[in-house]
Design a binder for this molecule. Structure first.
Ligand code: NOJ
Length: 958
């Protein structure tokens, strides 16, 4: 969709100037507060001013005479700026506001030494991949001088009621208002103003090269930029800020993403238990982050979901600049005097960005699944992962030599501990020069890679975006000579401080720079890497130790002449993207799925790999905070996420480490990591019984791998979260909306609540429905009640995992060293019979490595147990017609080792076999029945089944 040009008649408003208030520097205050950010402060003040006046009238209006009619699902009109509102076929509406394009001098599309003056309008290029088809059935159902009503969406169930004066839109579903856009008149588009030069303050001394590492590993001198810094030299010469408020017509619950806040958002305008500050999105290397805070972190996904009973709505604010969001809940009593007059709560949100377009997508649900799907269509879904990446990753800063890596690999085998990947942090390089190896410590990386390969394992090496600025390093000389570095405001290569000392940053917004970057990963360039080498992108916010707020000055320039301020939150994604491109094109014809972990991210990063929650601490609080953060990532459409198991900073006591492995076994991305100053803590280092308990948690992860892979498949197909909060699975159960310490794994029905407290050996698990729930390990049936919690014992060797009735999930139970070695193992199916005597489930499997699945080389089965008949069918007709390629041929005879029927009817007592029919033949299979005993449910085990996974079959229990 394109914005149309419009008239610029800006109404000037009295806004307050930004006052400079000194702050006490504590950790949290290393980063800006709203009052220190001019545009945030002005807009908060604007909002307060508007709300305080009963007669407030928004200065924005559509000129009714000029409102054009709806064309093919797109409504364009001229207001004070330009507005177009459209419905798309996915039922998503988009409102874009730009200002009249000013005449710009011709722009050098590489780097202009002058910043472009128009609003940044390329966020869509990075974030959006689809879902923009206009809704041809959208139609105007009402039109007069005051406004226009457009019907759109599935079966015309959605309406946008556009009011001209003042400009506002009510979004309705089923006749009820769900979202009010600009109803409080806070919309404000600041226009460009020339920079008023202030005298430059005295320059800070630049850090000395090779600054000593602090106990936390940072160059002490290098870590200069706090909240106060960068404001003067890099303060905006223009203000381009869009700001808008929405009122979400929702009662209680809201989800906001990639923050340190609980899943159910707190309000931000003060009051008991609330925050004083707005949520901030400004990707930053937040060193030792505090929990339960609205402050920013490494990534930004400006997408919010709000939930009330049986109704979900969402708002996506497509803007890559620094953004603040105020959230307030306001009670509205309908009629306090009349009996039965009910009060409801409206949640107001106010979005303020420093620059860029106002570009808002409105999702009307009605279910969380609908919203995840529509948002996935728009920004893309999780890439189908390389299967090994769902296994356990062993990382630390640092494994010191190739021999060290080989030794860890051997020890993991010696102690029968499965893992898939070992990681190398920055010390493997020669003096922090990426694409090189320390010549003394990593003398023979190929033999290291080969040993790993022999065990079906992989290596991940870190590659950061800062390139050491020294002589005799081809990467920096090429980057400079080819013009691929980010520029400073004068158009010269920007030089800053990071791990290597003086460094420059690749400008991954530039297509030519991306192309150059891909050349560095070719096997004959990055010597020592092999097909089993993958990559970790860190520090890509970007982290600049001596920059304002530990990042780049906002007036740095990127490809296209855009200022860094315009694109800051997108920056990390562009680097992740360049590395993804590099891995997918390492060798002609290789076509294997990349794996790239990123620290910084934006909407759309889910298409490129995994993220983790950065530098957490080895504390119980940080263990507890991880699950809500990972759940929030899933809701934000980026579910391939995890937290450093064990905690990055510090040394976890053994109970904490053990509980962290038990929790980590249920993170979509499962990696143990530790700071350079932390003691060694590979799982085999633990003493007994903890070593065995940690090993059991790892084995549990590996046995459930087919279920994890199937959950990733769903995330890939329709944007569903991989671990799912209660409100997502049960949007009608208000009592579960705020529960963010337990989750379901995909659609397996496995309900997990990790223990995150010291000396805690039981826990209460919230039960969202009337189904049966069984203990995963013992098959004990729990006495549960919908909307209430059930107490579950959890001694140190136990993870609270329940099985919900009505589900069937696959496992592979033969213990192996790595996922690759399990590729052709037989399966176990667990059927958890539901209250109504039925169950359903799925298995998706492909080669886990190539893109052949896109050509139909996969198996996707749907299992159903109903009226005593268990069946397996292809999920789609197309599937059975696909000609078998190499992997499918090898997989052809993979079968089921056993089927476990939990909650088996007592009438099966005495049954010793059941008939199984597949591919035109029937044979009997042994059945062992175990009657209910001491709280444990009855169950039956069938085995071996002797039917192919890829074939249709049925088992008749009648
Ligand atoms: C910061 C990352 O968050 C951490 O995981 C890593 O170990 C260090 N950088 C060193 O590369």
């Amino acid at each position: 969709m394109k914005s149309s040009a419009g008239r610029l008649t800006y109404a000037s408003l009295s806004v307050l100037c930004s006052l400079f208030t000194p702050v006490v520097l504590v950790k949290e205050n290393d980063f800006k507060k709203c009052h220190q950010s001019g545009f945030c402060k002005r807009n908060r003040a604007y909002a307060d001013h508007a709300v305080a006046q009963s007669t407030w009238q928004s200065p924005y209006k559509i000129l009714s005479g000029e409102a054009s009619s709806l064309k093919q699902g797109q409504f364009e009109a001229t207001i004070l700026k330009t507005v177009d509102e459209q419905g798309s076929t996915s039922g998503t509406a988009r409102v874009t506001v730009d200002e009249e394009k000013r005449k710009t001098q011709s722009i050098d599309l590489r780097h202009d030494s002058k910043a472009r003056k128009e609003r940044y309008n390329e966020a869509e290029k990075w974030a959006v991949v689809g879902g923009l088809a206009l809704d041809p059935d959208a139609k105007i159902t009402h039109e007069d001088k005051k406004g226009v009503t457009v019907k759109y969406g599935p079966e015309g169930a959605f309406e946008a009621v556009i009011k001209f004066d003042p400009f506002a839109i009510d979004f309705k579903r089923g006749g009820d208002i769900q979202i009010k856009f600009n109803d409080r008149g806070l919309m404000n588009m600041e226009h460009w103003r020339p920079k008023i030069d202030k005298p430059e303050p005295e320059k800070k001394k630049r850090p000395k090269k090779g600054g000593r590492r602090s106990p936390r590993g940072r160059g002490e001198e290098g870590r200069g930029g706090g909240a106060q810094e960068g404001r003067s030299p890099s303060s905006p010469g223009r203000k381009h800020m869009p700001s808008i408020s929405h009122s979400l017509n929702t009662s209680t619950y809201m989800v906001f993403l990639s923050t340190l806040a609980p899943l159910s958002l707190k309000e931000t305008r003060g009051g008991e238990g609330n925050y004083e500050e707005p949520y901030r999105l400004y990707n930053a290397d937040v060193f030792e982050y505090v929990l339960d805070s609205p402050m920013t972190l490494y990534g930004a996904i400006p997408f919010m979901q709000a939930q009330r009973k049986d109704s979900t709505v969402g708002v996506f604010w497509l803007n890559g600049a620094e953004t603040w969001i105020d959230v307030a809940k306001v009670k509205q009593t309908k009629n306090p005097l009349s009996l039965g007059g009910s009060s409801k709560t409206n949640t107001h949100t106010h979005w303020i960005s420093e620059s860029g377009l106002m570009d808002v997508f409105v999702f009307l649900g009605p279910t969380p699944k609908d919203i995840s799907k529509a948002y996935g269509e728009l920004t893309g879904t999780t890439a189908m992962p390389a299967e090994f990446s769902l296994g356990y990753h062993q990382c630390r800063w640092n494994y010191v030599s190739d021999d060290d890596v080989k030794e860890v690999d051997r020890k993991m085998d010696k102690f029968n501990i499965p893992y898939d990947v070992i990681w190398l942090d920055i010390e493997y390089t020669h003096e922090k020069k990426y694409f090189t190896w320390d010549p003394d410590m990593f003398k023979d990386p190929i033999s290291m890679g080969k040993q790993l390969d022999d065990h079906g394992r992989k290596l991940v090496t870190i590659i950061d975006p800062h390139i050491k600025n020294v002589d005799n390093y081809p990467v920096i000389s090429e980057m400079k000579s080819k013009g691929h570095a980010v520029k400073n405001k004068d158009g010269n290569d920007f030089d800053g401080w990071c791990w290597p000392g003086s460094s420059m940053w690749i400008d991954a917004f530039s297509p030519a720079a991306i192309k150059w970057w891909t050349s560095l990963f070719k096997y004959d360039y990055f010597k020592g890497t092999m097909e089993n080498t993958y990559v970790w992108n860190d520090m890509n916010e970007p982290s600049v130790f001596n920059g304002p707020e530990v990042t780049m000055p906002k007036d740095n320039l990127h490809y296209g002449g855009w200022e860094h301020r315009d694109v800051h939150n997108i920056n990390g994604m562009t680097f992740h993207n360049a590395t993804w491109e590099a891995l997918v094109s390492r060798k002609k014809g290789e076509m294997r799925r990349p794996f790239v972990l990123t620290r910084s991210f934006f909407a759309g990063s889910q298409r490129l790999g995994a993220m983790w929650t950065g530098d957490n601490q080895a504390s119980w609080d940080h263990l507890g905070a991880a699950v809500p953060m990972i759940l929030a990532q899933g809701i934000a459409g980026f579910p391939f996420s995890g937290a450093d198991v064990g905690g990055f900073f510090g040394n976890p006591e053994i109970e904490l480490q053990t509980r962290w492995y038990q929790a980590g076994a249920f993170y979509p991305f499962f990696r143990g990591h530790a700071h350079i100053d932390a003691r060694r803590r590979e799982p085999y280092m633990a003493s007994e019984p903890h070593r065995s308990i940690i090993t059991a948690a790892l084995r549990l992860r590996y046995s459930l791998m087919p279920s994890w892979y199937t959950a990733f498949f769903h995330a890939n197909r329709d944007g569903s979260p991989i671990i799912r909060p209660m409100y997502w699975t049960h949007p009608g159960e208000e009592s579960g909306f705020a529960v963010d310490d337990q989750f379901f794994v995909g659609s397996t029905g496995l309900l997990v609540k990790p223990i995150v407290e010291k000396d805690k050996f039981d826990t209460d698990v919230y039960i969202p429905d009337d189904e049966h729930y069984y203990d995963y390990f013992t098959y004990h049936k729990l006495s549960t009640h919908k909307g209430k919690s059930v107490s579950v014992t959890a001694p140190i060797e136990t993870i609270p995992v329940l099985m919900r009735g009505g589900h069937i999930f696959p496992r592979r139970d033969i213990p192996r060293r790595s996922t690759q070695l399990m590729k052709f193992d037989d399966y176990t199916l667990v059927v958890v019979i539901g209250k109504d005597g039925s169950a359903r489930g799925e298995l998706y499997v492909d080669d886990g490595d190539s893109f052949e699945f896109e050509k139909g080389q996969f198996i996707h089965r749907v299992f159903e147990y109903k009226q005593l008949l268990l069946t397996s069918e292809a999920a789609s007709k197309v599937e059975s017609k696909t000609k078998e390629g190499d992997w499918m041929k090898k997989f052809h005879n993979v079968s089921y080792d056993k089927i476990i029927m939990v909650g088996a009817p007592s009438s099966w007592e005495g049954k010793t076999e059941v008939p199984v029919t597949s591919e035109g033949k029937t044979h009997n299979v042994k059945l062992d029945f175990y009657k209910a005993e001491g709280g444990r449910a009855a169950f039956a085990v069938l085995g071996r089944l002797g039917v192919r996974v890829g074939a249709d079959w049925e088992v008749d229990f009648a």
